[in-house]
Design a protein around this ligand. Structure first.
Ligand SMILES: NC(=O)c1ccc[n+]([C@@H]2O[C@H](COP(=O)([O-])OP(=O)(O)OC[C@H]3O[C@@H](n4cnc5c(N)ncnc54)[C@H](OP(=O)(O)O)[C@@H]3O)[C@@H](O)[C@H]2O)c1
Length: 247
């Protein structure tokens, strides 16, 4: 069997790096995207020391030229892509970010646009660009790093634990990404490709902060599980550690 080829955006640190560690297998080559080549190279050295067959691709998801470079890279070297983990993301301001500057009524338009650019528009552009290569995989897997904060159902429920955790730009960008998951999974329903949204948990990373209850060592599990779903696994779902979340 040919080695599986995986691409994890934002793989130089945090959950992307942890997911790369979790994908460790002789059967899988893990390409991490990193905006900074040197940081990416350092991460690759750590991954290789841990036994991961890793390499780095300098990659900024908001740069259309980099998206083309990524397509050319996978097309030329491997002729296909088996796993895409859309992990790169930003949170404007503090996470979960309840500050009034980022509320629905006060969010600066520039912040809303910037967060959507990275967390939504660029994710769609990259995935659609790489889709012809994922279609060539015998079992393509697309994982969109959403968040529980993208759940409209939970945000609307006064009894939910995230009811007061409202950071409009970030939350809405993840709701939009969830919509992409549902629509793309529908479009790919008759293929071998599975598309799902992941909530990794509230994890101690630069974004999650020190107060996050979940250790990084646990944080990559949801993404990695969705990236390696068996043929009878779900598509078009929204999961945290194997359990479905309400949209
Ligand atoms: N941590 C949590 O509790 C939590 C909870 C739910 C969902 N998530 C989601 O999980 C994903 C990873 O989060 P994290 O906690 O690991 O965040 P993080 O520690 O802040 O890491 C973010 C990663 O994304 C990269 N990135 C940001 N903008 C990028 C761009 N324009 N192009 C390419 N890469 C870019 C960063 O690269 P640089 O190093 O170059 O900045 C970094 O590698 C995000 O989508 C986040 O929304 C996190």
């Amino acid at each position: 069997m040919a080695q599986k080829i995986a691409f994890i955006t934002g793989g130089n640190r945090g959950l992307g790096f942890q997911t790369a560690l979790e994908l460790k297998s002789a059967d899988t080559k893990v390409v991490i995207g990193s905006r900074d080549q040197a940081q990416g190279q350092k991460a690759v050295e750590k991954l290789r020391a841990a036994g991961v067959d890793a390499e780095v691709l300098q990659f900024d998801i908001t740069n259309p030229a980099d998206v083309q470079v990524a397509y050319d890279y996978f097309n030329t070297l491997y002729g296909r892509l088996d796993i895409l983990v859309n992990n790169a993301g930003i949170a404007a301001g503090k996470f979960p970010g309840t500050g009034p500057e980022h509320s629905a009524a006060n969010v600066p338009e520039a912040i809303l646009r910037r967060v959507f650019e990275t967390n939504f528009f660029a994710q769609v552009a990259l995935t659609n660009k790489l889709l012809p290569l994922i279609r060539k995989s015998p079992a393509g897997r697309i994982v969109n790093l959403s968040s529980i904060l993208g759940s409209l159902t939970l945000h609307a429920d006064p009894k939910s634990p995230i009811y007061h955790a409202k950071s409009f730009a970030y939350d809405a960008s993840k709701s939009a990404l969830n919509a992409y998951t549902v629509h793309l999974a529908y479009e790919l329903r008759d293929t071998n490709i599975k598309v799902n949204s992941a909530h990794p948990g509230w994890v101690k990373t630069d974004m999650g902060g020190e107060q996050a209850p979940m250790e990084l060592s646990e944080g990559g599990k949801t993404s990695a599980a969705l990236a390696t779903l068996p043929d009878d696994g779900p598509s078009g779902g929204y999961f945290h550690q194997g359990k479905p979340l309400p949209w």
